[in-house]
Design a binder for this molecule. Structure first.
Ligand code: B12
Length: 266
């Protein structure tokens, strides 16, 4: 988990009221960083060795679309800016929204429920209502997790995703399109852990709810290149892989696929 102080998940309880989707598209300024790779594995990003970047955390980010497409890679969560309804708004470094904008995932649209300005401190009311062509509708829309937990604060909130400090180097942030079920929770996000014994790689898949509570996931596909296996009731699957370095991930219909993990078979 990403920090002991980060507690308390945002339970997106089903509102009786219909969600009114706010109008007003906005443009984001990624400040020249290259976009993320549509991929299966992490992508190397050249690290500009400029002093201004020191202290700005490099995080891992995944943007998972409903059709299963994934943009993934490391991102330096630098300060960013965007325009909402003709206003220029600054977003603090080390926030999930700063990282999202910097990763340039494609067109983004926002609504400001606060009073954003050129000061990042005013950005806590910024809300992502579209990434590429996927637009929030009804009670469904874009959410982000840090580690396994749904953040409890807005993505540009300068107090950080859980109100207890901003993103740190190595944090994993996943953006996905939440489809709230009858219980009013989002899809589980998958995590895959591996153990290597000779050429046998045992993968254990856990699915985390909004609060970061995990359960073993049966029926998930663990994939490494062309090889794949399906998890049993304990969430375990075994793959035989040749010597070398491999990347694997877990996916299941109705859940959000895991980050890619590296394994080395000796
Ligand atoms: C439905 C809902 C969503 C839907 C919105 C669907 C849509 N069409 O846009 C989705 C699933 C997308 C969503 C996302 C998030 N939500 Co929400 N959401 C709600 C919920 C359950 C109902 C809101 C509603 O429909 N009100 C009725 C309509 C008529 O009023 P409205 O003002 O027009 O509602 C809009 C705003 O509430 C806005 N909105 C929704 N969530 C958030 C979060 C923030 C920070 C902001 C600024 C605006 C915003 O979207 C609504 C529909 O357009 C409330 C809880 C509640 N019961 O109020 C939480 C709630 C507003 N969400 C919350 C949070 C934390 C988030 C996320 C940051 C969670 C996350 N980790 O990603 C994200 C926002 C990320 C982003 N996209 O930028 C918190 C806000 C806390 C805060 N600090 O202000 C609440 C209060 C839940 C909670 N108890 O923690 N949410």
């Amino acid at each position: 988990m990403n920090g002991q102080a980060r507690r308390g998940a945002a339970t997106l309880a089903l509102a009786a009221l219909a969600a009114a989707t706010a109008a007003g598209a906005a443009a984001a300024d990624g400040g020249g960083q290259r976009g993320m790779a549509a991929e299966d594995g992490p992508r190397a990003v050249p690290e500009p060795a400029i002093a201004a970047q020191r202290g700005v955390p490099r995080i891992r980010q995944q943007v998972v679309f409903s059709d299963g497409k994934v943009l993934a890679g490391p991102v330096r969560a630098r300060r960013a800016s965007l325009r909402v309804d003709g206003r220029r708004c600054a977003v603090a470094a080390a926030t999930a929204l700063g990282a999202l904008i910097r990763s340039r995932p494609g067109p983004l649209a926002f609504h400001d429920y606060g009073s954003c300005s050129r000061r990042p401190a005013d950005a806590s009311g910024l809300f992502v209502k579209r990434i590429r062509s996927e637009r929030n509708r009804g009670l469904d829309g874009w959410v982000y997790k840090v580690g396994h937990e749904l953040a409890t604060a807005g993505a540009a909130d300068p107090s950080g995703p859980f109100g207890a400090g901003r993103l740190r180097a190595g944090d994993e942030v996943v953006w996905f399109y939440c489809r709230q079920r009858a219980r009013g929770t989002c899809q589980r996000t998958l995590e895959v852990e591996t153990a290597v014994d000779g050429r046998r790689v045992t993968a254990t898949v856990t699915g985390y709810d909004d609060a970061g509570e995990g359960i073993a996931v049966a029926g998930a596909t663990v994939r490494s290149g062309r090889r794949s296996a399906t998890t049993d009731r304990d969430g375990r699957a075994t793959l035989r892989l040749p010597r070398g370095r491999h990347v694997l991930f877990a996916a299941k219909r109705g859940a959000i696929r895991s980050f890619a993990r590296r394994v080395v078979v000796r």
